[in-house]
Each structure stands twice: as structure tokens, then as C-alpha cells.
Design a protein around this ligand. Structure first.
Ligand code: UDP
Ligand code: MG
Length: 317
């Protein structure tokens, strides 16, 4: 019988582990799906990993690992994928905001031949103003850049083993799981779901961490910001030609452009353009620097007893 693996990244989620495991058990057993749960504690500062160990000791279908520090949700997802053994893998949040009731539907579509089943948000529940200004805005821009609706798509997906293998082979460190499945292609189906209220605890994202996540993801998926630098250059060259001609004509007719105002404005505008462009280029260089160093995406410091010891310590990628 086919096995379903569920990857659950968890950062300071001690209150959610036992409950989520129980809810999933209930849901999957009644749907007759054979499964395993992989919890990755992302360097939690509370007892999340102890809870995972407790759950794993009570049920051999549950396993997990702890990171040496907080590496972020992306790293958690990839470490989870690495530990899975199932023929299909579902990635979902461990706060039950992704409703487990949709899992049987995803499973069904996979059995009918889908290689990726995307979870699509019907509505985003409660959205704060902070969200609309950061992540919301970011997803709008991203959707334009990569031509898919990022606002409705989520990290809640089912992947066939083939797709997992492809994702795990990717050499890049700065991954963006949500968009990578679109990039990978494969036969894709969708399942709609209603985003639920968080069960316990609170959201781990602050405005700034979302902002950082947004910029990192946008630049890992597109070089459009770099092309914008060229566009800005072309625009300012056109503008300077016009201004130069006008200034020279005025000069030849004996009434040169007056005063410092023009000079100050020009310096400010061009200075602004140059600094912005250097910032954009600098950002890409820093990304190259990070990739070139070749450090691992995450470091696993602890594992539950049913996980192979070879995953301890740094990975080869
Ligand atoms: N998460 C993680 N590492 C982090 C931040 C979050 O593994 O650095 C996990 C978190 O435990 C949860 C999921 O990612 O399972 C989504 O996070 P959260 O619920 O805080 O985000 P929101 O649902 O508010 O977008
Ligand atoms: Mg959540």
C-alpha cells in the first residue's frame, strides 16, 4: 500500500504538536490512508522538540528532528522532505491553519495521476494591515513576475516522490518552495481550502521578517530588478540628452540656465538613481556570495530515535 508522508515545520509550537498529531491521526485513519508524520523543529526555544520526542515514542509513525538554530521555514520544509519515505509527501503548517480535511481529496487526486496537488486558498481568513502592506503586496508583485497567482497559492501541497527528488537535488540554498513547484512543472491539480484560525500560540512572522522573506524570494526568482536598473539608466540618458540640448541652445542664445536650483535637483535625482541601482546590484552580489560559500541550508542537532543518525551534523548541501 502506498505511504503518505506529512512534513510539518514547527517553530515554538509546543502547544500544537500533540494536538496536530492527534487530529491528523484521526483524519487519516478514518480515510484509510497509511501515513508518517515528520516534524521539524526549527531551532525552537520552547519544548517543541520534547513534544515531538514524546509523540514519536508513543507512535512509531511519528518522527522528527531539531535544528541547531532557527533556519527559517524554507529550511524546515527541505529538511522534512529529506527525512520522508512516502510515495507522496504533503507539506503543511503545524498550527492546523491548513485544514487536514482536504488531505483525502489531495490523496485521491494523486492516486488518479496528479504529480503535484496545489492547495489554493479560498480566502485568507483574517488579514492584518501589516500583512496587506508586506506579504500581500509582495505576492501581488511576485504574481506579476512569475505569472501565477501567488496570493492564493500556499505551502500546503502534495508532491509525488519524483517531484520531491527533483527539489532535493536543486543545488541552490535560497529556495522558495511555494513557487518552485510551479517552476518544476509536472502534472498539477488544485484543491481549494479555507484558511483556518490558528489553534494555539501566535504567528511567527513579524512585519520585518515578512519583508525580508519577500525580498529574498523575489530576488531568488527573478532578475527583473536588475533589468529595472538598465531601464532607469536609459530613461535618465534620454532625459539628459533633452536637457543638454535645451541648456546648450539657451547658452548659445546668451541666456544660460539660472542658479543652483537646477544643479542641486540634478545631483539629487541622479544620486538617488545611482544609489538605488547600486543597492539592487549589491543585493544580487550578496546572494551570489551566499550561494558560492556553499554552506548547508540547515544543521540538524537532534533527532528522534527512529531517524537515521547519518542526518546529524551538516549536510553536503
Ligand atoms: N515556522 C518555521 N520557522 C520559522 C517560522 C515559522 O518553521 O522561522 C513554521 C511555523 O511553526 C508554522 C508555519 O511555519 O508551522 C507557518 O508559520 P506561522 O503560522 O507563524 O505563519 P502564518 O500562518 O501566520 O503565515
Ligand atoms: Mg500559521
Amino acid at each position: 500500500m502506498a505511504l503518505l508522508s506529512i512534513v510539518l515545520p514547527a517553530y515554538n509550537e509546543e502547544q500544537n504538536i500533540a494536538n496536530t498529531a492527534a487530529v491528523l491521526k484521526n483524519c487519516l485513519e478514518s480515510a484509510g490512508i497509511e501515513y508518517e508524520l515528520v516534524f521539524i523543529s526549527d531551532g525552537s526555544r520552547d519544548d517543541t522538540f520534547k513534544e515531538i520526542q514524546k509523540a514519536a515514542a508513543a507512535d512509531s509513525r511519528i518522527k522528527g528532528a531539531e535544528f541547531s538554530r532557527n533556519f527559517g521555514k524554507e529550511a524546515g520544509i527541505f529538511a522534512g522532505l529529506e527525512l520522508t519515505e512516502g510515495d507522496a509527501v504533503i507539506v503543511m503548517d503545524c498550527d492546523l491553519q491548513h485544514p487536514p480535511q482536504v488531505i483525502p481529496e489531495m490523496w485521491e487526486k494523486w492516486q488518479q495521476g496528479a504529480e503535484i496537488v496545489e492547495g489554493i486558498k479560498k480566502s485568507r481568513g483574517e488579514e492584518s494591515l501589516g500583512y496587506k502592506l508586506s506579504a500581500g503586496l509582495f505576492y501581488k508583485i511576485m504574481s506579476k513576475l512569475i505569472k501565477m497567482d501567488m496570493n492564493a497559492s500556499s505551502d500546503f501541497k502534495l508532491l509525488d516522490r519524483k517531484v520531491v527528488r527533483v527539489l532535493l537535488e536543486l543545488p541552490e540554498r535560497n529556495t522558495f518552495f511555494r513557487a518552485l513547484t510551479f517552476w518544476a512543472g509536472f502534472q498539477t491539480e488544485t484543491v481549494e481550502y479555507e484558511v483556518q484560525e490558528r489553534q494555539f500560540g501566535e504567528s511567527k512572522w513579524s512585519f520585518w521578517s515578512l519583508m525580508r522573506y519577500a525580498i529574498a524570494n523575489a530576488t531568488s526568482f527573478s532578475t527583473l530588478p536588475l533589468q529595472m536598473v538598465t531601464v532607469m539608466g536609459v530613461v535618465s540618458i534620454l532625459f539628459s540628452v533633452i536637457l543638454a540640448v535645451q541648456t546648450l541652445i539657451k547658452y548659445l542664445f546668451g541666456n544660460a540656465v539660472e542658479g543652483f536650483t537646477t544643479v542641486i535637483l540634478l545631483i539629487l535625482i541622479i544620486g538617488g538613481f545611482i544609489m538605488l541601482s547600486m543597492g539592487v546590484i549589491g543585493h544580487y552580489i550578496s546572494r551570489i556570495y551566499e550561494e558560492v560559500k556553499g554552506r548547508p541550508k540547515y544543521i540538524i542537532s537532534k533527532i528522534t530515535d527512529n531517524v537515521q543518525e547519518s542526518v546529524l551534523g551538516a549536510w553536503k548541501k
